[in-house]
Design a protein around this ligand. Sequence first.
Ligand SMILES: Nc1ncnc2c1ncn2[C@@H]1O[C@H](COP(=O)(O)OP(=O)(O)OP(=O)(O)O)[C@@H](O)[C@H]1O
Ligand SMILES: [Mg+2]
Length: 233
Amino acid sequence: MSEAVRAVALFKTYGVGPSAVHALDDVNLTIARGTVAALLGPSGSGKSTLIKALGFVSPADRGEVYFEGRLVVKDGAPLADLAYLRRRHLGFVFQKANLTSFLTARENVEIACEFGGKTDGRKRARELLEYLDVAGREHSYPEMLSGGEQQRVAIARALANEPSLILADEPTAALDSVRSRSVMELFRKVAHDRGAAVLVVTHDHRALEVFDELYEMEDGKLRPHTRNTAAVK
Ligand SMILES: Nc1ncnc2c1ncn2[C@@H]1O[C@H](COP(=O)(O)OP(=O)(O)OP(=O)(O)O)[C@@H](O)[C@H]1O
Ligand SMILES: [Mg+2]
């Protein structure tokens, strides 16, 4: 499958002098469409910083990011309309679902479809909720949903625009292990059925076999996790 995103030699430093933190230290990473990858590593190792750089939320200081083969950020400077890319081609999922409290599950997804320029928002929202196995909760408000259901709605919302890249930062941190696994399996399904590239930050080592690729960060450096290396041998 073609590459969705490629990062080349990303560096990012917070602060200056002796207190400077090298949050990204020569990070190179390519995620192909149809692939679900996990990003592991201790707290403070740079995982969220990398997600923000790949998602055009907060650029790295140096390095290049290619989106679908096209150079779109170089040394912190945008070379394309990044807000448009984000809105039309990317999906985000965070630790908290952050659904809009005064909208139903379906409306939360529908509004994202419309925001992304889809005209058949309601139909699409229904289909996505069905795909994520929460169709029965279509008319529920977020506070009436369990944490796992909220996260499924948040994933449906992230899929609203058929993103080619989905970035999820600890999406299952608030879920128990059974719900966590089923959400991870959904990400796998989304990558494999819909041809999206999915990168999931997780501290949960219990569901790692769900992923096609594993990466690990430490002190701003990224390396393939040992399981990938073992698989190559
Ligand atoms: N806005 C900021 N200003 C200063 N330092 C920051 C900022 N954001 C992150 N850092 C620092 O950069 C390093 C990497 O942070 P980051 O949030 O990417 O880590 P993380 O791997 O996502 O950690 P966690 O698992 O706790 O979420 C940390 O040392 C953090 O303190
Ligand atoms: Mg983080």
